[in-house]
Write a protein that binds this ligand. Structure first.
Ligand SMILES: [Zn+2]
Length: 165
């Protein structure tokens, strides 16, 4: 699931559950990611995902290589769009408001950031979190069906934003 969708779902969950507390919003956003990934979804292809194997030999090679710049650009753009939308629909008059927005924007896609770290570092905790993340992932992959997957994800974003506003 793309970062923009994760951020929108995180905003909806935080609005409902965090009572405006930034720390609570971060953890609620983080947790919302796993539940959101359980929904069958489409995902744009990253070049690195072609070698996105968790085989120890492959991981070793990935960790030693640099990731394609286009992957960074795609994820940054995706996250920026999500952040911008949440910024526009959220109050941002006080420091607490800004921390709240930051918590949602950082927390929603956080497990995917941990996956990225897992492809860089061989820390045991990252492997445990990777397995936890994978255990939630829907077995139905809509990535080969963008004509179904993209509109479906847009609908999810719109529902989430409707709740988050
Ligand atoms: Zn994920």
């Amino acid at each position: 699931m793309i970062s923009t969708t994760h951020i929108a779902i995180a905003a909806a969950a935080s609005k409902t559950l965090s009572q405006g507390n930034p720390l609570a919003a971060f953890f609620i956003s983080w947790a919302s990611h796993y539940l959101a990934d359980a929904i069958p979804h489409w995902q744009y292809k990253l070049k690195v995902s072609k070698k996105w194997s968790n085989d120890p030999g492959d991981l070793e090679k990935i960790r030693k290589s640099s990731l394609p710049l286009t992957d960074y650009v795609a994820v940054a753009l995706d996250s920026f769009i999500g952040a911008l939308v949440i910024f526009l629909i959220s109050p941002h008059g006080s420091l607490k408001d800004w921390l709240y927005i930051l918590a949602v924007v950082a927390g929603g896609p956080f497990p995917d950031f941990l996956l990225f770290l897992h492809k860089r570092f061989s820390w045991r905790i990252l492997e445990v979190l990777r397995k936890f993340h994978d255990s939630f992932h829907s077995g139905i992959n809509l990535s080969p069906y963008p004509k179904l997957g993209i509109p479906f994800q847009i609908i999810i974003v719109l529902i989430a934003l409707w709740i988050a506003i």
